[in-house]
Design a protein around this ligand. Structure first.
Ligand code: C5P
Length: 274
């Protein structure tokens, strides 16, 4: 039996360069794993079983855990049944990549349980077939991602910053946010220069998806303004929302409808999981 953390991610910056002909958007983003984690228990068994602690999540072929299981079998030809149990802690429709992280964790676990027939690089390449964010979770936790998000450049760890995640009572749909975006109207920031800013200790945090999300949900803009007024120096939407991350030393305000999670950056070594 393997018990593994399946971490959430944030985007320290997210630049949307253009809409592509295949309907996806060309991105350049600095991704970072954080220690807000789901837990996955997995063991080889005599028949397939999948249990999820959150009854609102489907456990059929639409769940990325099942997609990852089938992907691994298709690519390796290894068909060993297994028993998977998923403890959900990462909020959904939150921009934290919970489902993508679960898929990456399953691929890494199945590979380990099967005697490592594939390299992490192969797992990463295969995983992009089932989701743009999954390859990132096979990095060591800090990575510059381009293309749809599936081209991953592994980077050295950043200083392990503490932060708050703020979760509003509603979620946002990723395709919906992208549909409301006009990439040509965005500030033309140069992604490689922004990337350097994080390693020169003068980080420039921004997320090109904020404006589209705020147009869809004025409550999101009001929340960002409220957190900034509380004195947090950096407040940024996570991925396509609806969570924010807040960097700063103070405690967050008491807001009855918002759930706050205290968390920090985490990384893994190439030899172990998170
Ligand atoms: O690849 P994934 O299934 O995670 O993408 C979900 C949706 O997010 C896509 O169907 C698309 O609407 C949007 N998306 C995008 N450009 C990206 C990544 C995602 O438009 N680079």
């Amino acid at each position: 039996m393997l018990t593994l953390n399946s971490p959430a991610k944030i985007n320290l910056f997210l630049r949307v360069l253009r809409k592509r002909e295949d309907g996806y958007h060309e991105l350049a983003s600095l991704f970072q794993t954080i220690d807000l984690c789901d837990k996955i228990h997995i063991e080889l068994s005599t028949k397939d079983q999948f249990f999820c602690s959150d009854p609102s999540l489907p456990t059929d072929q639409t769940n990325l855990v099942i997609k990852a299981l089938h992907l691994f079998r298709r690519k390796t030809g290894i068909e060993q049944p297994c028993n998977i149990s998923l403890e959900k802690n990462i909020p959904q429709q939150a921009g934290l990549g919970g489902g993508s992280s679960n898929a990456a964790t399953i691929l890494w676990a199945l590979n380990k349980l099967s005697g490592q027939p594939a390299t992490d690089q192969q797992l990463s390449e295969w995983s992009s077939e089932i989701g743009s964010d999954i390859p990132f979770f096979l990095s060591t936790g800090t990575a510059y991602c381009t293309g749809r998000g599936e081209n991953v450049r592994n980077l050295e760890s950043l200083p392990h910053t503490e932060l708050w995640i703020a979760k509003p009572p509603f979620g946002l749909s990723t395709p919906h946010v992208y549909r409301h975006l006009n990439p040509a109207a965005l500030p033309q920031r140069h992604p490689e220069q922004i990337l350097d800013s994080f390693f020169n200790l003068s980080p420039i945090y921004f997320n090109d998806l904020e404006e589209a999300a705020f147009a869809l949900s004025p409550e999101m803009l009001a929340l960002k303004q409220l957190f900034l007024a509380e004195g947090f120096p950096h407040v940024l939407m996570c991925g396509s929302g609806s969570c924010f991350f807040l960097i700063g030393n103070q405690n967050p305000p008491r807001l009855p409808k918002i759930t706050f999670y205290r968390t920090r950056f985490i990384n893994r070594s190439v030899f172990s999981w998170f």
